[in-house]
Every structure is written in structure tokens, then in C-alpha cells.
Design a protein around this ligand. Structure first.
Ligand code: FES
Length: 166
């Protein structure tokens, strides 16, 4: 029959080698994770094959009124190649000013609320809504040709992670 000290050691070895080593005073820089189940907003994703509307495998997640976007995810590749995109899943327009500056806007047109008729004219930095031909500056302050200013959201960028407060 094993004594209690041996039982404790057997238990620790069965749980996780890292935990066991930690109990014995050995420091290691690994976790017990198998390595393929990590969710890391800022660190790049795998193949984007996850499910769920706001799952991190779609390149973004939403917590309260904050939408966190992984800019390096393939779902946002058109933002990188075209410098703008209509992020319809969260009803927002995203605009890349440069590699360290992004803006986000509602995709509800100030005129009559259409969400899916947008294009961006880089020569005058205006969003154009083809529903009735109105256009809106992307400076977050100047009124467009009808309905006022295209509403701007607060953004913050950290590495390839863009947070938008809606
Ligand atoms: S709804 Fe956009 S221009 Fe009328």
C-alpha cells in the first residue's frame, strides 16, 4: 500500500506534467493546452473555419458595445486591399487611412438608412451611397449632401487588433 506522499505524486503526474513540475518548484513557460484550442484575438487566427456569428474564428468578436476585429484575418482582407469595406455583419463601414489609422462608421446612410449601396471614392475621401446618389465625407465631422454627418465610431488600434465602440 502506497503512502500518502506517493499517492500525491502519482496524482500530480496524471494531471499535467507542467502542473506537477510547478508543485515541485520547477518553473516552465508552457501551459497544459494541447495547442490548437487557443482563442487569441490579437495573435492571429487559424483557418477561419469556425462557426457562430461573432466567434473569434470569423475574425471578430463583440462584447457589449465593443467590437474587436483581427485585421489580419481573411474576412478583412478587402479592407487591406481596397482600404475600405462594408462590414455588414456589424453594420459598419471600415476605412483604412494608413497602417496605423482606421476609422469606423455606421453603414446606415444618413439620408434614408440604406446599408448596402456604399462605395468609397478615394480621390475625395467620401463614401458614396448609390441609393439616391448622396455622398459623405470620411472626416467624422463634415455633413454629407443629405441627412448630415455619416456617424463615426470611436476606434483604437493595438497591433493588428482594432476595437470599435459602437
Ligand atoms: S439612402 Fe443613401 S442616398 Fe438615399
Amino acid at each position: 500500500m502506497k503512502n500518502s506522499k506517493n499517492k500525491r505524486r502519482d496524482f500530480l503526474m496524471n494531471v499535467c506534467p507542467t502542473v506537477a513540475m510547478a508543485f515541485m518548484g520547477i518553473t516552465v513557460l508552457e501551459s497544459c493546452s494541447s495547442g490548437d484550442d487557443d482563442v487569441n484575438i490579437g495573435g492571429g487566427y487559424g483557418n477561419g473555419s469556425g462557426s457562430g456569428n461573432t466567434g473569434s474564428n470569423n475574425g471578430y468578436s463583440k462584447d457589449g458595445n465593443v467590437v474587436t476585429i483581427n485585421l489580419s484575418h481573411s474576412n478583412f482582407s478587402s479592407l487591406q486591399s481596397n482600404n475600405w469595406m462594408n462590414f455588414t455583419a456589424q453594420n459598419m463601414l471600415l476605412l483604412k487611412i494608413d497602417s496605423s489609422t482606421y476609422r469606423a462608421f455606421t453603414n446606415s446612410c444618413p439620408h434614408q438608412g440604406n446599408r448596402n449601396n456604399w462605395s468609397f471614392n478615394s480621390s475625395n475621401s467620401r463614401f458614396q451611397c448609390s441609393a439616391h446618389g448622396n455622398s459623405y465625407p470620411s472626416d467624422c465631422s463634415t455633413a454629407g449632401t443629405a441627412g448630415g454627418v455619416l456617424k463615426c465610431y470611436t476606434t483604437s488600434l493595438s497591433g493588428s487588433t482594432l476595437k470599435v465602440t459602437v
